[in-house]
Write a protein that binds this ligand. Structure first.
Ligand SMILES: [Ca+2]
Length: 508
C-alpha cells in the first residue's frame, strides 16, 4: 500500500481504529498531575538524531541538491526551527550537551577524546524517575556505556555503515545489512515490545550521514545522471579572513582521501554487497581515471563524488524515518507522541571548499530541528528564535511535567512550540570549540552570535578576532572586525560575550 493510502485508510477508521491500537495508545500514557502542555497525560517522546546532517540538505530547509519527503512530513505536520545552533560543533560534545543540558566545560566532554561520565545527571534519568520507559538505539559515541536507559543497543564508537557490530545492554552482537536500516529495525522492535502502561522516550540515533558517506545498496546509483549545483564559495581563497580559515585541514581539494572518494571500497562489505558496490563504482572510477583531471576540474569531480554519496546516505535516513512514522500511524501512536528530528551539528557541503564541521561559521553551527505533536504544535509553523542543543533536555523534561533542575543551563522551548515566544527569550548564544591540535586542524575558538552579528575569538596558538555582519554577508566571506564602522558593535559584542561566559560559568 502507498503511504498516503495507508494514512487515509487509518483516518477512515476514526475512533474505531482497530481496538488493539486504541488500547495501546491509552496504555502508553500515564496520569501525573500536569505536563508542560497543561495536560494530564505524559506524551511519548521520540528523539531522532542523525550525525552531520546539515540543514541545507533537507528540502524543507530549502535544499537545492536533494529531496527529503519523509523529514519534510515532520515540518509540514509540525514546526521547523530556522535558528537552532549547537554550542560546540563536534559529535561527542554535542551529545553530552544534549544529555546533560550543560555546556561542555561543565559536563566534561569538551572534545571527542573525552569519556562521558555516566554517573552525572541526565534528562533520561530524570524521565525514568517520573515513570518513563527509556531507550537509546543507534549511535552513542560517548565511550562509556549508556546510563539512564531501560534498554540500550548502540554502535561501538563511530560504528560502520555495513554489517555493524552493536552493543546491546553490554553484549556485543554482529548484524548483516545496512546500518541505517538495522537501527530502525531495532527501534520498531523496541516500540512493539516495550512495557505497556508506561510513556516512553526513545532516542533513535543514526550514524549516517557521517564521513565516509557509504551509501546503502538501494542508492548506490542515485544521482548518477545529474550534476549537483556547486556552492558559490567552493573555490573560496579565504582572503578577508584570518589564519584559522586558511590553515584548516578539511578541504575537498587537499584533505579528502581515496576511501572518502570511493576510489578504494569500504573494507567491511560481504561478498554480495561487494559485488553490488563494484558494479556501481567501478565504471564511475574507470571513467574518472581515464579523464585524468587536474586543478579545479579535479576539485569539481571530488565535490560531485562527495556530495552525491553524502546525499545517498541521507536518502536512506529519510526512507527509514518514513518507515518509523508509518509505524507510529499504524500502531495508533502518532497523536500522543512528540517527534523531534535533529542532527548533532551541521556540516560543510563544499561551502568554503570544505567538508566536516567544528567552526562557528553558519553551516556547522546550525542544526536542523523539526518537532511534530499533532493538534498541539501548529502544522507547517516556523520559528526563528535562537534555540540551542542545550535546550533539548529541559524541553523533554518540561513536556513530561518535570521542572528543570537548577543546574541545567538550557531553557525549555515548549512555549516556542506553541507559537508563544516569551519576551525574555535569549537574543544571543555562546559557543566554544576546543579540539586542537587535532585532526582537521581547526583552531580553538569561542564566540557570540546574535540575530545579526557573529564575533569569534581564535586562541591557543593564535590571537585573532573575526566579526561577521550576517545581514550583509550571510556566507561569512568578509571579516569586518577591523572596520571602524563596526567599532561600537565590537565593543557591545565583547561585553555580551563576557556576560555569557559568566552566565554559563566558563571562566578559564
Ligand atoms: Ca557529528
Amino acid at each position: 500500500m502507498k503511504k498516503t493510502t495507508r494514512r487515509e485508510f487509518l483516518k477512515t477508521l476514526g475512533s474505531t481504529a482497530a481496538s488493539g491500537m486504541a488500547m495501546s495508545m491509552l496504555s502508553s500514557c500515564t496520569s501525573v498531575g500536569q505536563t508542560g502542555w497543561g495536560e494530564r497525560k505524559q506524551p511519548n517522546i521520540i528523539f531522532i538524531m542523525t550525525d552531520d546532517h546539515a540543514s541545507h540538505a533537507l528540502s524543507c530547509y530549502g535544499s537545492k541538491i536533494n529531496k527529503t519527503p519523509n523529514l519534510d512530513r515532520l515540518a509540514k505536520e509540525g514546526m521547523l526551527f530556522k535558528n537552532c545552533f549547537c554550542t560546540n560543533s563536534i559529535c561527542a560534545p554535542c551529545r553530552a550537551v544534549i544529555l546533560t543540558g550543560k555546556y561542555s566545560h561543565l559536563n566534561g566532554v569538551i572534545d571527542n577524546r573525552k569519556r562521558f561520565d555516566g554517573t552525572q545527571q541526565t534528562f533520561p534519568k530524570l524521565l525514568q524517575k517520573v515513570g518513563y520507559e527509556t531507550a537509546m538505539i543507534g549511535k552513542w559515541h560517548l565511550k562509556s556505556d549508556p546510563t539512564g536507559f531501560d534498554y540500550w543497543n548502540v554502535l561501538p564508537g563511530q560504528g560502520t555503515y555495513y554489517n555493524p557490530a552493536m552493543k546491546e545492554m553490554g553484549q556485543r552482537k554482529k548484524y548483516t545489512g545496512y546500518t541505517t536500516d538495522i537501527i530502525t529495525d531495532h527501534c520498531i522492535k523496541w516500540l512493539k515490545e516495550r512495557k505497556a502502561g508506561k510513556p516512553f522516550c526513545l532516542m533513535y540515533h543514526h550514524k549516517a550521514p557521517h564521513r565516509r558517506w557509504e551509501p546503502g545498496p538501494k542508492y548506490l546509483n542515485m544521482y548518477d545522471d545529474v550534476t549537483m549545483p556547486e556552492p558559490d564559495n567552493l573555490f573560496d581563497d579565504y582572503s578577508n579572513r584570518g589564519r584559522a580559515a586558511r590553515e584548516q585541514d578539511m578541504s575537498i581539494e587537499k584533505t579528502m582521501d581515496k576511501r572518502d572518494l570511493k576510489l578504494i571500497p569500504p573494507g567491511d562489505l560481504n561478498p554480495e554487497q561487494k559485488k553490488l558496490w563494484d558494479a556501481a563504482y567501478n565504471p564511475k572510477n574507470e571513467a574518472f581515471e581515464k579523464a585524468n583531471l587536474q586543478g579545479r576540474d579535479l576539485v569539481r569531480w571530488k565535490y560531485q563524488r562527495y556530495i552525491k554519496d553524502y546525499l545517498r546516505c541521507i536518502a536512506s535516513v529519510d526512507d527509514n524515518v518514513g518507515r518509523l512514522l508509518d509505524f507510529l500511524d499504524e500502531s495508533g501512536l502518532t497523536d500522543n507522541t512528540i517527534v523531534f528530528y535533529t542532527s548533532d551539528q551541521g556540516f560543510y557541503l563544499g561551502d568554503h571548499g570544505w567538508f566536516d564541521k567544528r567552526f562557528m561559521y553558519e553551516e556547522s553551527l546550525r542544526m536542523p530541528l523539526l518537532a511534530r505533536y499533532p493538534g498541539k504544535i501548529k502544522a507547517g509553523s516556523v520559528n526563528d528564535d535562537i534555540v540551542l542543543n542545550l535546550d533539548f533536555g529541559p524541553t523533554f523534561l518540561d513536556l513530561a511535567g518535570v521542572s528543570k533542575p537548577p543546574d541545567m543551563q538550557g531553557s525549555s522551548i515548549r512555549r516556542l512550540l506553541r507559537g508563544r515566544t516569551p519576551g525574555n527569550w535569549r537574543k544571543s548564544m555562546y559557543y566554544r570549540y576546543y579540539q586542537y591540535p587535532a585532526v582537521h586542524s581547526v583552531k580553538r575558538h569561542y564566540g557570540v552570535r546574535t540575530e545579526r552579528y557573529k564575533l569569534i575569538h581564535f586562541y591557543h596558538d593564535i590571537d585573532e578576532w573575526e566579526l561577521y555582519d550576517l545581514r550583509k554577508d550571510p556566507r561569512e566571506m568578509k571579516n569586518v572586525y577591523d572596520d571602524p564602522a563596526y567599532a561600537d558593535t565590537v565593543k557591545q559584542l565583547k561585553a555580551e560575550l563576557e556576560r555569557l561566559r559568566k552566565k554559563y560559568k566558563d571562566s578559564d
